[in-house]
Write a protein that binds this ligand. Structure first.
Ligand code: PLP
Length: 382
């Protein structure tokens, strides 16, 4: 038993062909970007999601940056984002001179509260960036309708939600653009990586240019121009084919990975449901309109003190748990953009009381049984 401690919150997992494909990418003699494995990943994702076009990038943050450059933002332009999200959802747009306007989240799914969006829209608003928290879809019908009525671009931050669905359609295929993350902590990983999904093909040509340092290199490779040159803004957003090789091994095994994660999620849910009910602890909620991506399992405690005690309780039994996100509207950077944002009481409450349990692809049933047993020993006080 002692070899299993400490039980980490996350662990990078190998599914099978990662090493073989890396060796193959080296043998291919093409380890820079846009080699055979990058193409395989892009084609695989486009087909699996039924998306029009997928471009692999160095990270989800960088895919969001490409999206922000595509918007041709002017100083004072605004982008509506949830306050309860990772920094990059807002920072990518702030970097282009826009002001992030923070919306609160729904208490049930912890997704951007679509009812809060409209009151945050001004003549300067350019885009809405819904984040599918924990891979459970936002209310996309309403969000797309608000965007249509106000002439806004929708960019889905789908870092958590690859292969999740809303009303049968894959997350990442609703917005004009969407972004994916292949960071070590996500369902599918190559250490650091990401993708930009382009559903509105009007953005495709410039997206390729921005991703290639502002040059028309992609057109050159397709033989559409006879030399390539600097034509627009851009940066270095192309991922090494070695990383794409690693990623392709994981994508190829996506059904196996998702089946494992589903088992882990269901085991937590079944094992903790009764305890949670008795203790006033909330478990994740998945509306009937959504098929989730099984990205994480969280608990929401009645108070911050209960959460702190649970973290200590788990730690004293060798189990590492984590919480997130610090509300962006209260962060030092986020508060610089204050004024236009709404109140975000749900974000503030959830940020104080949410805890994530260990969750990774090869979390064994033995270890999970132990985690569930230790969680169930805990009594909330408030
Ligand atoms: C992980 C994450 C990102 C950033 O992903 P990187 O690939 O590390 O840049 C962005 N948004 C959300 C919601 C995330 O969880």
């Amino acid at each position: 038993m002692s070899r299993m401690f400490p039980i980490p919150f996350n662990r990078p997992c190998f599914i099978g062909n990662e090493q073989a494909y890396i060796v193959q990418s080296i043998a291919n003699g093409h380890i820079s970007g846009d080699g055979p494995f990058t193409r395989k990943c892009e084609a695989f994702l486009a087909e699996a999601l039924r998306a029009k076009k997928v471009l692999l990038t160095t990270s989800c943050t960088h895919a969001l940056e490409i999206a922000a450059i595509l918007l041709q933002l002017k100083p004072g332009d605004e982008v509506v984002v949830p306050s309860f999200t990772f920094v990059s959802t807002a920072n990518a747009f702030a970097l282009q001179g826009a002001r992030p306007v923070f919306a609160d989240i729904r208490p049930d799914t912890l997704n951007i509260d679509e009812r809060a969006i409209e009151s945050l829209i001004s003549p300067r608003t350019r885009a809405i960036v819904p984040v599918h928290y924990a891979g459970v879809g936002c209310e996309m019908d309403t969000i797309l309708e608000i965007a249509r009525r106000n002439g806004l671009v929708v960019i889905e931050d789908n870092a958590h939600g690859l292969f999740g669905r809303y009303k049968e359609r894959f997350l990442g295929t609703f917005g004009n653009l969407a972004t994916q993350s292949f960071h070590e902590t996500k369902n599918f990983s190559c250490g650091e990586g990401g993708a930009l999904i382009i559903n509105d093909l009007e953005f495709l040509e410039r997206a390729e240019i921005i991703r290639e340092k502002g040059t028309d290199r992609s057109r050159f490779f397709r033989g559409q121009v006879d030399k390539y040159t600097w034509v627009d803004f851009g940066s270095s957003y192309v991922i090494s084919d070695i990383l794409a090789a690693y990623l392709f091994a994981q994508l190829e095994a996506y059904q196996l990975i998702q089946a494992r994660r589903q088992r882990i999620w269901n085991y937590y849910y079944e094992g903790l449901r009764e305890w949670a009910q008795n203790q006033g602890v909330r478990l994740p909620f998945v509306p009937p309109s959504c098929d989730q991506s099984y990205h994480m399992f969280y608990l929401i405690f009645p108070s911050e003190i209960d959460r702190e005690h649970m973290i200590d309780h788990l730690k004293s039994h060798g189990i590492l748990s984590v919480f997130h996100y610090q509300p962006l509207h209260l962060s030092p950077m986020g508060s610089r953009f204050g004024g236009r944002s709404g109140d975000c009481p749900v974000t503030e409450q959830v940020s104080r009381t949410l805890l994530r349990l260990p969750f990774y692809n090869d979390l064994s049933e033995t270890v999970q049984e132990y985690v569930v047993e230790i969680v169930r020993q805990f009594n909330t006080r408030s």
